[in-house]
Design a binder for this molecule. Structure first.
Ligand SMILES: [Zn+2]
Length: 227
């Protein structure tokens, strides 16, 4: 199956590495599908502002050409869906629709004052590229919603779920996706998935996808990966 890491931050937001440095690391660690997901228009951390949209896309487009046949490269951003950062009226949809994918963080996340999944729908109607829930603790954030209802909603709206392996996204010393293992066991074939480790400042984190790969193998979900 693919060895994917679709959650890399670069110097364009709060990461410390350039896109090329991250690609070289990915190749070194045998990752063959790479996705950049720099923060977009949030005040919580350094983020891609309007002046950086074009350079960001241009740099990634160049790298796609340079590394064609070596590694598949995707351009994305991460959108903060917590109050008051979530402001879809400010987003440049022409830019967003030139990306390959978009991650949404804090959706339905009470601990971070996240907006509801329903509240993201008007924005999603304007977006034509794949959109996914980043490091979402779905076992907690969607508690009380039936797994069947959640899976139906996500697949109807084409929303994928990121299996995030970062140490930051754990409870009971388990990654969020393992806490929600029943959901993936029962509905992992119906929803789309990605793998990411939310790399910022540790280069060897590019390689940190093993647990998600094992999880996907265990539940036979390789066909659910978005790319
Ligand atoms: Zn991130």
């Amino acid at each position: 199956m693919e060895r994917m890491n679709l959650h890399l931050h670069t110097k364009y937001s709060d990461g410390i590495f350039s896109p090329a440095e991250l690609i070289e690391a990915a190749i070194h660690y045998g990752i063959n599908v790479v996705g950049f997901a720099d923060h977009y228009l949030t005040t919580k951390t350094t983020a891609i502002e309007s002046y950086a949209e074009k350079p960001y896309l241009e740099e990634i487009t160049k790298l796609k050409k340079r590394y064609a046949n070596v590694v598949r490269i995707y351009a994305g951003v991460e959108i903060d869906c917590s109050h008051p950062e979530f402001r879809p009226e400010r987003y440049n949809y022409e830019f967003l629709n030139n990306l390959d994918f978009i991650l949404l963080e804090y959706v339905n996340d009470g601990a971070h004052d996240g907006v509801s999944l329903q509240d993201t729908l008007p924005m999603l109607e304007k977006i034509s590229v794949p959109v996914g829930l980043a490091h979402n603790d779905i076992g907690r954030n969607f508690e009380g919603i039936g797994h069947d209802v959640l899976a139906e909603f996500l697949s109807t709206h084409g929303i994928f779920i990121e299996l995030d392996t970062s140490r930051r996204y754990r409870r009971f010393e388990m990654p969020y996706y393992r806490i929600a293992a029943d959901f993936f066991r029962d509905y992992g074939q119906t929803v789309k998935l990605s793998i990411g480790s939310d790399v910022h400042a540790e280069i060897d984190e590019v390689a940190n996808i093993g647990d998600a790969v094992n999880f996907i193998k265990k539940y036979n979900l390789a066909n659910s990966l978005i790319f």
